[in-house]
Design a protein around this ligand. Structure first.
Ligand code: HEM
Length: 301
């Protein structure tokens, strides 16, 4: 088979092609994904595209070499402590309940993916930077969409192209982040969130903190990664639950029984999540059956 003049080959489900002088292999199988993901930095390196590194940033997890990757990943995950997660579970539950009530009151039909994309994006903005202002969320949401589209694009700065729009949106992201960082440093603003915990490390040695470009580039990565996969997973679970009424009924019963044992009006807690054994199975089965992460590049060593 030949697409657009490239020399392409199919090996069962696997597909090999040559783009810009490099061999690319698409591996759409569970065994392939397991082999690649279990051999990070051994048989495979993180190998991201130029457009991905330009749009997310050269100091982001999407672009840095192995040594920085390990340090950045450690420092990023340190900030997702049990305490911050537990606050976040409560916030997320309240946010979701409010929005579902509004949808119910409106009584109109809606696209599930639009709902989950907005929900996960707003939730990530709150978790990372305590952004709750509607107009800022809308502006950042539009910019996030443009940066996402630029992630896989031809990296040429021609007005009108996806890459061009994405790079302009990235610039606006950075301006917003810089302003927020300077307000926090000058003490004009303080919030208990991811950004604050990063800035609290200002006096630490370089190996124990992220510099400003690392913070900003990785804020973009967390926004993109946090939004895309979780919103797709939620959308797919709604579809599968609609098609499997027995599973839906059993899942609802688990939720209701957890709710019955809580005081009236109490929010969801981390402990409640740990009781949702059937829900966890539904989430895992959804991820097994669906395409929450459409593709992910790695480079063979
Ligand atoms: C259903 C939800 C999710 C799924 C299925 C998912 C899946 C994945 C997969 C398969 C990868 C590639 C892993 C690798 O190459 O080692 C990845 C990477 C990543 N994900 Fe997620 N993810 C989800 C949610 C999230 C959320 C909520 C966040 C942010 C808070 C996030 C942040 C990231 C980041 C930063 C990376 C890049 C990691 C790196 O380069 O080391 N993901 N995700």
């Amino acid at each position: 088979m030949n697409l657009s003049g490239f020399d392409d080959c199919w090996y069962g489900k696997w597909f090999k092609t040559r783009i810009f002088g490099k061999i690319h292999v698409f591996v759409p199988s569970t065994e392939g994904a397991k082999r690649i993901l279990a051999n990070d930095f051994v048989e495979f390196n993180k190998g991201y595209l130029k457009s991905m590194a330009d749009a997310a940033g050269h100091k982001s997890l999407f672009a840095v070499p192995h040594e920085s990757h390990t340090r950045i990943r450690r420092l990023l995950s340190d900030t997702f402590s049990m305490t911050s997660l537990s606050i976040f579970v409560k916030k997320f539950d309240n946010m979701l309940c409010e929005r579902l009530k509004k949808l119910e009151a409106d009584g109109k039909s809606f696209r599930v993916i639009d709902f989950t994309l907005k929900l996960t994006f707003d939730a990530m903005c709150d978790l990372l930077m305590s952004i709750t202002d509607d107009s800022l969320l809308q502006q950042l949401g539009r910019d996030c969409k443009d940066v996402s589209s630029a992630i896989i694009s031809f990296p040429v700065m021609i007005p009108g192209t996806r890459y061009y729009k994405g790079m302009k949106a990235r610039k606006r992201f950075l301006e917003t982040f810089k302003e927020m960082i300077s307000k926090r440093r000058s003490g004009k603003e303080y919030h208990e969130d991811f950004l604050q915990s990063m800035l609290q490390r200002d006096s630490y040695p370089p190996s124990e903190k992220l510099d400003d470009s690392e913070i900003m580039d990785n804020l973009i990565v967390l926004l993109l990664s946090g939004q895309a996969s979780s919103s797709a997973a939620m959308m797919w679970s709604v579809k599968y639950l609609d098609e499997n009424r027995q599973v839906q009924d059993r899942l609802r019963e688990e939720q209701l029984s957890i709710n019955r044992n809580k005081p009236d009006g109490a929010s969801l807690s981390l402990e409640d999540l740990n009781k949702m054994s059937y829900c966890l199975k539904v989430a895992k089965e959804t991820l097994r059956m669906s395409n929450a992460v459409l593709w992910f590049p790695s480079c063979c060593t």
